[in-house]
Design a protein around this ligand. Structure first.
Ligand code: SIN
Ligand code: MN
Length: 268
């Protein structure tokens, strides 16, 4: 999958690209069939919301689930990122499914991902980025990701380490700075069906609100980094900030359907 010139220009200007319905409903189902079981497992890689205990994130899933191990090597996710980062030698810096659970999903405060990658992991340069795949519909009610278009151009902003607001520590940006950025760029919240993809620059400022709707907003995030930009500090657990910079070898494009066909069918 190749991004065209108009998409490359749009990404350079806005800092993100939204690509609706890239994966078919059948491919998405191979993944979503696994999700309730993953979130129910009793593992350190499952982070739960403060108070409700609802699942917030499942980390490192590509190492303990077959379907997600294929997704972590999927060419429709890897190749557009390789194009934008200018290298075919990419490794997984982080892999997570964010649940944003129906009724209980809590906020992600305004932040840049590269602030965390730089401050916690000593990633040398912002040559890493996220690509997200919607595993459920994302709509205006279930806590869509919000972006400030163009907020990546000023580089890394001053951030404070918030370890109290949610169950997950984050380097967050103060309200005054956010207000100024929004005055210039506004806010967008790309929404669409399961199977849609969202890719965004490591310095793009983003956040998401809580989910009061009855619809969980499952999104899987691959944070891909150039192997020549590997992190230099291993302060965070390996399941949060991965340490192996070996370049990913892409799987075949039809890998998810091939997995489904190789499995015995459940009784109808
Ligand atoms: C993130 O910023 O890393 C996650 C935000 C979200 O899933 O809403
Ligand atoms: Mn983020």
């Amino acid at each position: 999958m190749k991004l065209d010139d108009a998409q490359l220009r749009q990404y350079a200007r806005d800092g993100y690209l939204f690509l609706p319905s890239v994966f078919s409903p059948e491919e998405v189902r191979v993944l979503t069939d696994e999700v309730p079981g993953l979130f129910a497992s009793d593992r350190p890689e499952i982070v739960r919301e403060k108070g409700s205990g609802a699942p917030r994130s499942a980390f490192f899933v590509q190492t303990w689930n077959e379907a997600f191990s294929l997704l972590a090597r999927h060419p429709r996710l890897i190749s557009p990122v390789a194009q934008l980062l200018g290298s075919d030698r990419l490794y997984m810096h982080q892999f997570k499914i964010n649940a944003k659970a129906a009724f209980d999903g809590a906020v992600w405060q305004w932040h840049q991902d590269y602030a965390t990658w730089h401050n916690d992991d000593e990633m040398p340069e912002p040559k890493a980025m996220n690509i997200a795949l919607f595993l459920a519909e994302v709509n205006e009610f279930n806590g869509p990701l919000m972006f400030i278009p163009g907020s990546h151009v000023g580089g890394r902003l001053t951030a404070g380490h918030d370890v109290t607001t949610t169950s997950y520590p984050l380097w967050t940006i103060d309200h005054e700075t956010i207000a100024k950025l929004v005055e210039r760029g506004g806010i967008v919240a790309p929404k669409g069906p399961a199977g849609s993809m969202l890719m965004f620059h490591g310095n793009l400022v983003h956040a998401s609100g809580s989910n009061l709707s009855p619809w969980s907003r499952w999104v899987v995030y691959l944070s891909l980094n150039r192997s020549d930009n590997a992190i230099r500090r291993h302060k965070r657990a390996n399941w949060i900030a991965h340490r192996d910079p070996t370049p990913i070898e892409a799987a075949p494009d039809d890998c998810l359907m091939a997995l489904a066909q190789s499995r015995p069918r459940a009784a109808e």
